[in-house]
Ligand binder design. Structure first.
Ligand SMILES: Nc1ncnc2c1ncn2[C@@H]1O[C@H](COP(=O)(O)OP(=O)(O)OP(=O)(O)O)[C@@H](O)[C@H]1O
Ligand SMILES: [Mg+2]
Length: 262
C-alpha cells in the first residue's frame, strides 16, 4: 500500500499483523494482530511473561520480528524515521545504572528529536518545564534522578515521553509503582493528551484510574491474542484471563482502585 494513502489518516497509527518474535531461541509472540487507530486508547493486558513488553518493543524496533508486518503511521517500521511523533515510556526496571543525570536532562533528552540542529531553544526549555509541571515534578528539576523514589522516577520518564508532544504515546506499565494520588495526576495528563488528539497504547496490569480513557483492550496469553474488544468492566487483573498469581483478595472493595505493584 502506498505511503501517500496511509498518511491520509485512514490507516491505523500502529498495525501489527501476524507478528511472530523469538527471544533467547524461544517463541514469545506467536502471530499477534494489534491495531491502534488514530485517536484511540488501547490497553494491552495479560499475565506476566505473556509478551506485552515484547509486542510493544517490536513497534519501536527494539525486538526484531521473525514474521508478520509492523507498521507505524502506515509506514513499515523499518522505513519509519519520524520518531519525534512517538513518545515511549519503557517498563521500569529496578536496576538504575549509568551516569546519574538530572531530572531536567532526562526530560530534555525526550525533546532532542524536536530541537533543530540539536540546539535547544526557549520553546524547548519551556516544553521541558511544562512536562515536569504536568507530572508534578517541577520542584525536582535540578535533582539527580538517582535521588528519586521509584514512583518519582517513573513520573520523570512520563514527562520525557510527553515533552516532544507526540501524536502516539506508547507506555509500558506507566502506573507501576506510582501511588494512587500520582496515578490520578497522570490519568488527567493522559486525558489531556487524548483530547489533543493523541493515540495511546498502554501496557497495564489493571485499568485503574485510566479505565474511563480506554477504548479497547487486547489481552495476550502465551504470545497469542486471547481477547480484542471492550475493556473488561471494572476489574483488576484478577478477572483477566490468564491472571495467575495468588494474593489475598480484598472482598469486593473497589478492585479497580487497587495498586499496580504486581
Ligand atoms: N531478553 C530476553 N531474552 C530471552 N527471553 C526473554 C527476554 N525478554 C523477555 N523474554 C521472555 O519473553 C516472554 C515474554 O516477556 P515480556 O517481557 O514480553 O512479558 P510481559 O507480558 O511484558 O510480562 P510482565 O507483565 O512481567 O512485564 C517471557 O517468557 C520472558 O521470559
Ligand atoms: Mg512487561
Amino acid at each position: 500500500m502506498a505511503d501517500a494513502k496511509s498518511e491520509s489518516g485512514i490507516s491505523p497509527v500502529i498495525s501489527l499483523r501476524a507478528v511472530t518474535a523469538e527471544l533467547g531461541g524461544r517463541p514469545v509472540l506467536r502471530g499477534i494482530d494489534l491495531t491502534v487507530a488514530r485517536g484511540e486508547v488501547v490497553a494491552l493486558l495479560g499475565a506476566n511473561g505473556s509478551g506485552k513488553s515484547t509486542a510493544v518493543r517490536t513497534v519501536i524496533g527494539q525486538v526484531p520480528v521473525t514474521g508478520g508486518a509492523v507498521e507505524i503511521f502506515g509506514t513499515p517500521r523499518r522505513r519509519f524515521r519520524d520518531w519525534a511523533r512517538v513518545g515511549y515510556v519503557p517498563q521500569r526496571t529496578t536496576a538504575a545504572g549509568g551516569v546519574p543525570a538530572t531530572v531536567t536532562e532526562v526530560v530534555t533528552s525526550g525533546r532532542l528529536s524536536r530541537a533543530r540542529f540539536g540546539v535547544l531553544r526557549k520553546a524547548d526549555r519551556q516544553a521541558v518545564a511544562h512536562a515536569l509541571e504536568q507530572v508534578g515534578m517541577a520542584d525536582r528539576a535540578k535533582d539527580s534522578v538517582s535521588a528519586l523514589s521509584g514512583g518519582q522516577h517513573q513520573r520523570v520518564l512520563i514527562a520525557r515521553a510527553l515533552v516532544s508532544e507526540p501524536e502516539l504515546l506508547i507506555m509500558d506499565e506507566p502506573m507501576a509503582g506510582v501511588d494512587l494520588a500520582s496515578q490520578e495526576v497522570l490519568a488527567a495528563t493522559l486525558r489531556h493528551q487524548v483530547e489533543q488528539g493523541a493515540s495511546v497504547l498502554l501496557v497495564l496490569h489493571e485499568l485503574g484510574p485510566l479505565e474511563p480513557l480506554i477504548d479497547r483492550a487486547v489481552v495476550l496469553r502465551d504470545g497469542c491474542v486471547l481477547h480484542d474488544g471492550p475493556p473488561p468492566k471494572a476489574v483488576g487483573q484478577h478477572a483477566l484471563p490468564g491472571h495467575d498469581h495468588v494474593h489475598p483478595h480484598d472482598a469486593d472493595a473497589a478492585p479497580v482502585r487497587t495498586g499496580l505493584l504486581t
